[in-house]
Design a protein around this ligand. Structure first.
Ligand code: HDE
Length: 716
């Protein structure tokens, strides 16, 4: 008799009650409310049915081998209390698979959020490039992933950092990736420094702190020793490091790329994404509160806006430069990724519009497994000799090999081109295709010579001939002319120009950011060296920060040139669309008479999202309460409309923060007492006391300006 025969059947897995199983079930499809335009497929792949062939099939629970399972809740035991039998293959399979559910997070840009959309070209670039997706009226499905750089996957969204802005265009000529950032300059000029800057910026290797922060010794040690990073740190310390929303950020390709027209003519370009909602930021205190109260703030904001139908839009633009052998424009080396070309010198020409229309249905399959690479190019777009870009061409493919577990990651649905693939690559880890034929080599006659090579003159990707600059074997710099060589080594003139292009308010906040970050450095040497870096940019700024830190201000050591300020670098003031902004509608038991319904309806009419805030859950005038005093905080709201004045300290905190952060505040009728008791000046900019209909109109007008700037900062 074998051991198993000793086990009475009732002591193995208990039978499943019939009502718990045996029914028919539909695999959950994508949420129909989240469906975007006709171009969208659930995973970004061309044929949704086929792409999903391995997801939830059939009605019954099975093992990966397709064996039907009656019970997945209990283990196979010898006796009612064990021991557990090794023979329980379902237990082992289930736990083993779980053990391997995580893949390595990205070394940088680990924290990200994605969305599907469509890019529509206006044809303005058609004379510059033969890329078909840039022809007039071409529509191309896209997947965009936004990210922070430093933090790990679970870190907070609102930290001070650069943001990634990576776009995958599924063009009819193959995948094109534009892997950019929300800051147009980078820390380093050459790729070989990337491990250094990342090691310095990541948490200290002994205690693994601080998480997702640049405010620590190693970061400032590196950037103060390596002054080509100055420009990027100035952008980071400015409001750009704290976006209000991913929907309100610019994007930049950073490097210069080469466009090639149908007739072979070439030009150099820099890519820009311009958000239709304007460029807006959070205040430092808001970001800190948000990191605690809602660390997923940006992720939620994007998904909520898309789900509600407020599809975010960006215009894609190019600055175009002649493709001269020097690749220099007005003394700016176009191969230097730490420099910009001011828009006042070369305006950005809009060539198309991106619209994000659908959220992913599966974060892992789409946002986590998406693999961007700057070498995913299409005919008509080529790389330049920018030494940073050249290193990236190698790094991204390389990192996907370990992150996605082998060379077949292009077969993952989100990475699959929406065009035919016939690459003659074979086998390897995670190969999911069953290739046919016997001759995966070229030339061959045994598979009929297939696949054929595409014609050079027609559809193939063929690098255009470019002059090779004179050899500079030992010279570890890429500037092509003497003049540009000087500009390449000038690390301070452009940061100074950036700083002087900001408004007074922006400059103040930047100075406070430096004071905070350097104040977090414990090494006096690092603090002093960083102030040396600052004094080379602006003496007044250095003086302010040095005073905050308690160190002396040294004399400038750098030779700089005075560049004209570029107003385009300041975050523009003015009225912008308010789509998807949120307004707290605060109510109490006195709020009635239809005002709640009317205010909410008027806000929705203006494309603004009202969130009803009350003491407790339930309904007010038939509208669901969205937030209670226990779950609300000011950071979630762009404006406040008080229809009541509930007595609660949390409400006072709300009003105080909205006031302090320059947000629009309105009180209807008797709710004005709420403002009085919190010291809010009813005549101040961005404050309204009126009856319901006028209130909404005024609040929407104030919202369009993002903040009541005149309330919180000096003009300038
Ligand atoms: Fe990246 N970068 N990078 N980077 N980068 C990665 O690739 C790298 C640089 C950017 O949402 C990694 O797949 C090197 C500039 C974005 O999946 C890695 C250098 C710019 C994303 C990598 C740079 C970027 C990445 C990590 C210097 C703006 C996120 C995981 C030569 C133009 C893409 C991965 C996503 C991700 C390497 C510099 C943007 C390690 C070596 C400059 C938006 O391969």
């Amino acid at each position: 008799m074998t051991e198993q025969q000793h086990i009475p059947p009732e002591f193995t897995r208990p039978p499943v009650p019939p009502d718990e199983d045996g029914g028919q079930c539909e695999p959950p499809g994508p949420n129909p409310d989240q469906q975007g335009p006709e171009l969208r497929s659930p995973t970004g792949a061309p044929v949704p049915g086929e792409a999903n062939v391995r997801a939830q099939q059939g009605d019954a629970l099975t093992t990966p081998q397709g064996l039907r399972q009656a019970d997945t809740d209990h283990q196979l035991k010898a006796g009612p209390r064990g021991p557990v039998l090794l023979q329980d293959f379902h237990l082992r399979e289930k736990i083993t698979h779980f053990d391997h559910e995580r893949i390595p997070e990205r070394a940088v840009h680990a924290r990200g959020v994605g969305a599907h959309g469509v890019f529509v070209s206006n044809g303005a670039a058609a004379s510059l490039t033969r890329a078909k997706f840039l022809a007039a009226d071409a529509r191309t499905p896209v997947f965009v992933r936004f990210s922070t750089v430093l933090g790990s996957r679970g870190s907070a969204d609102t930290v001070r950092d650069t943001r990634g802005f990576a776009t995958k265009f599924y063009t009819e000529e193959g995948v094109y990736d534009l892997v950019g950032n929300n800051i147009p300059v980078f820390f380093i000029q050459e790729a070989i420094k990337f491990p250094d800057v990342v090691h310095a910026a990541k948490p200290h290797p002994d205690r693994e702190i601080p998480q997702a922060q640049s405010a620590h010794d190693t970061f400032w040690d590196f950037v103060s020793l390596h002054t080509e990073a100055t420009a990027h740190t100035f952008w980071n310390m400015s409001d750009r490091g704290l976006p209000r929303s991913l929907r309100m950020m610019e994007g930049f390709g950073v490097h210069t790329f080469r466009l090639v027209a149908a007739d072979g003519a070439t030009s150099l370009v820099k890519f820009h994404w311009k958000p239709r909602l304007g460029v807006h930021s959070m205040l430092w205190e808001e970001t800190q509160l948000t990191a605690g109260f809602d660390p997923d703030f940006h992720r939620r904001d994007l998904a909520d806006a898309i789900e509600a139908g407020y599809f975010p839009e960006w215009d894609l633009g190019v600055q175009v430069f002649p493709d001269t052998p020097e690749q220099v424009f007005e003394d700016i080396d176009l191969l230097d990724p730490t420099k910009i070309v001011p828009e006042e010198l070369v305006p950005v020409q809009v060539i198309g519009t991106l619209r994000l229309t659908a959220n992913p249905v599966n974060f892992f399959a789409e946002t986590e497994q998406v693999a961007f690479c700057p070498s995913h190019l299409v005919p008509g777009i080529e790389v330049t000799d920018d030494p940073l870009l050249q290193g990236r061409l190698f790094s991204y493919l390389d990192t996907q090999l370990s992150r996605l577990g082998g060379p077949n990651f292009a077969q993952l649905p989100i990475n699959t081109p929406h065009t035919a693939v016939n690459d003659m690559f074979r086998d390897g880890m995670h190969q999911t295709a069953v290739h046919t034929g016997i001759a995966p080599y070229k030339p061959n006659s045994l598979d009929g010579g297939c696949p054929y090579a595409a014609s050079f003159a027609g559809e193939a990707y063929v690098e255009s001939p470019t002059p090779i600059p004179p050899p500079q074997a030992k010279l570890r710099t890429s500037a092509n002319t003497d003049k540009a060589q000087v500009a390449f080594a000038d690390h301070f003139s452009q940061p100074r120009m950036f700083y002087r292009s900001l408004t007074h308010g922006e400059q103040h906040r930047l100075a406070d950011a430096f004071s905070f970050e350097l104040g977090k450095c414990t090494s006096v040497t690092v603090r002093e060296r960083a102030v040396q870096m600052l004094v080379n940019v602006d003496e007044q700024l250095a003086g302010y920060v040095a005073n905050q830190l308690g160190v002396d201000v040294p004399a400038p050591t750098a030779n700089t040139v005075e560049l004209a300020p570029s107003p385009a670098l300041s975050q523009k003031r003015g009225a912008f669309p308010v789509d998807g902004r949120t307004v707290a509608v605060l109510v109490d038991e006195t709020s009635s008479g239809g005002a709640v319904q009317q205010v909410c309806a008027d806000l929705e009419q203006a494309k603004v999202r009202p969130l009803l805030v009350a003491a407790h859950g339930g309904e007010v005038e038939g509208r669901k309460v969205d937030r209670t005093f226990a779950t609300m905080r000011s950071i979630e709201f762009d404006a406040l409309i008080a229809l009541g004045a509930p007595i609660d300290p949390r409400v006072d905190v709300l009003v105080n923060e909205m006031w302090r952060h320059g947000k629009a505040i309105a009180a209807v009728g008797a709710a004005a007492s709420l403002l009085q008791r919190n010291g809010v000046d009813a005549d101040a900019p961005g404050v309204t006391v009126a009856e319901a209909p006028q209130t909404v109109t005024q609040v929407v007008t104030d919202l369009a300006e993002h903040r009541a700037w005149d309330r919180i900062e000096p003009r300038g």
